[in-house]
Write a protein that binds this ligand. Structure first.
Ligand SMILES: CC(=O)SCCNC(=O)CCNC(=O)[C@H](O)C(C)(C)COP(=O)(O)OP(=O)(O)OC[C@H]1O[C@@H](n2cnc3c(N)ncnc32)[C@H](O)[C@@H]1OP(=O)(O)O
Length: 236
């Protein structure tokens, strides 16, 4: 049995996705890269499985993309999904590494490995942790989807992948019944700011003295809170 250390940790400044994304190589070549201890490093796997096609498909992440997706502890009624932009794979394209019972980061599971290569990710939720609470009871906001962890691998940037991820996130938010979509973007990240502006997000001025929650990063980082109204029959 192998243990494959998976996981995502994405900050607004991150450059490389430390993910495990196999492509079409046969099982035999994978087994060469599994150490005696049974640990197969994500970086090694990414090297073994090169890009096979420039075609990009954006879909919901599956457990084989990253085990964070398996997290199920959400407040009542809240939704969360992780979208991935995958190259060289269609929605149903999966292959199996024999009948191996893979153990992923502590979760024992029989899984299939997707032959796509993840070029970008985006997380979407309705948890409203980073939106101002409402009313004297400080209830969570509803109807506003929140975007985070947007990242595209360096060599795939400026090809419209982030735009596609956002369009899919908007469609997903509408399907959840959300009226709008929001995010925080580092003020010193002009590329991302441009991206969201061009997709119709507007900067929201935080009222003087208001202590709106912000993503937990370094205390010096300043954020632009951005929002977009969603229209049922129109996504960008
Ligand atoms: C809510 C959050 O998570 S904020 C965190 C954002 N993530 C990061 O900063 C991580 C590091 N950066 C990245 O991963 C990428 O550069 C991203 C996600 C910002 C952009 O991803 P890409 O796939 O390259 O963006 P995409 O190709 O869809 O660009 C769409 C538009 O955004 C704007 N844009 C994107 N990158 C840049 C840039 N570096 N400089 C200026 N404008 C940019 C442009 O208007 C671009 O359109 P154009 O190429 O026709 O001019």
């Amino acid at each position: 049995m192998w243990t494959i250390p998976l996981g995502i940790s994405v900050s607004p400044n991150f450059n490389k996705l430390p993910l495990f994304y196999p492509s079409r190589s046969p099982q035999s070549s994978l087994s060469h890269h599994i150490s005696k201890s049974g640990i197969c490093k994500a970086s090694q796997v990414v090297e073994i499985f090169p890009l096979v096609s420039p075609e990009i498909v954006v879909r919901e992440a599956r457990i084989e993309d990253c085990w964070e997706v398996a997290e199920t502890h959400l407040p009542n009624g809240c939704r969360r999904t992780c979208l991935v932009a995958v190259t060289g794979a269609s929605e149903d394209d999966t292959f199996f590494i024999g009948d191996e019972d893979l153990k992923i980061a502590g979760f024992g599971a029989k899984i299939s490995l997707n032959k796509g290569y993840v070029a970008g990710i985006l997380t979407l939720d309705t948890v409203a942790d980073f939106l101002p609470r409402k009313g004297p009871l400080r209830q969570r906001r509803t109807g506003i989807a929140y975007v985070s962890n947007v990242a595209v691998r360096e060599r795939f940037r400026r090809k419209g992948i982030a735009k596609k991820l956002i369009a899919k996130a908007e469609a997903q938010a509408i399907s959840w019944g959300c009226r709008s979509i929001a995010l925080h973007c580092d003020l010193n990240n002009p590329g991302a700011t441009n991206l969201y502006r061009n997709q119709g997000f507007k900067s929201i001025k935080v009222p003087e003295g208001a202590k709106w929650p912000q993503p937990r990063t370094s205390p010096d980082m300043q954020f632009n809170f951005m929002m977009k109204i969603l229209h049922k029959n129109r996504t960008s």
